[in-house]
Design a protein around this ligand. Sequence first.
Ligand code: SF4
Length: 404
Amino acid sequence: MRELSVYIHIPFCKSKCNYCNFYSRPLSELKPVRGSAVFKQYAGLLIKEIEITSEKYSLESSHINSVYFGGGTPSVMSVYFFRDLMGYIEKNFKIAGDAEITVEINPESGGLEKLYALKSLGVNRLSIGAQSFNNAALKTAGRIHNKNDIYNAVNNAKKAGFKNISLDLIIGLPGQTKDIFYSDAKSIPGLEPAHISAYMLSVEKGTKFYEIRKKRKIKGFAFTPEEKIAEYYEILCRILNEKGYKHYEISNFAKNGYESRHNINYWNRGEYLGLGPSASSFLKLEDGKEIRKTNVPNLKKYMQNISKKFYGCGNDNKDSERNNDDFIEILTEKDKINEEMFLSLRTASGINAKRLSELAGQEVYRKVINKFIKEGLMENFKDDIKLTHKGMLLSSEIFARIMV
Ligand code: SF4
């Protein structure tokens, strides 16, 4: 049976955060089609995309194990939007009885009424974008919530009956001193989330932080140095470990049984269908090809593509193609090998040593991997090779050295 995860991208936010390079538009920019009409219109587009891709890639009989509403800010959408989407998916696909259905919410839009409604629609996991518990750091990051909003959102989620609650945290926001970060890290277990995702701040092109850093000196504004970010990461790992959270992937921690099924599918190279502007899909075609398809990161162009059914899929044996700005890439054997190594090594279970030797090549295994083991960046555990904490911090450099 073909198993599939579904990611639904919501390209709307109330305002743009200073570190964010995800594709999203401020709601205020959608003046001509503002209000509930745009939500209904957007649900219609997503449903159309499901119809087109299902037909093109024969997805109709797939068994869906997880659905993830991410963004953007899914919690700005009306309950009717989720009802329309979930209703369509349930009617047209087989959804596993224990499927994980996640909605990302921002603390300021985690109202009780909406959470009750989401629960009744079958949503069983909430991912709350806390990012920090320090009001000054949140303000610098351009977040529009404060510490109290996080507590309210978590309490509302629990009242609405959610057991599977995840908190997102950013390590190394400007102004996050060691004391502030320590206090952030200590605040988390008190809220008893089942899952925590913690990402080290990286300043990406196209963000406000990137522009600020280019100007160099801004009075009263200091980015956190990389070595400090590494130190904070170690602090977080230690605190969460003491509180019984399993560090099951570089950026993810969970109580037993609450590991994110949706993300595990990504790391296992399972198939997923990404819907909405900027969303990516990974699909295995009947002829053995594996493709990665990324939708154009532009709402207007996305709408045009859907209405014109623009969905090329590499039928003509090109390695990659652009189709009205959707990007479709056929993975080469090298791509597949690299993905398997990197995605497995991101996880706490690592990769079977023999398999790693086959993938990386015996020469690289003997010289490079053994060197990493001696340097304490990797470790042997039974028959597997895993990254150590130190190795997780240097994962990009490690992957660059072993890629084929
Ligand atoms: S971080 Fe989240 S809320 Fe902020 S702009 Fe990006 S997608 Fe929107």
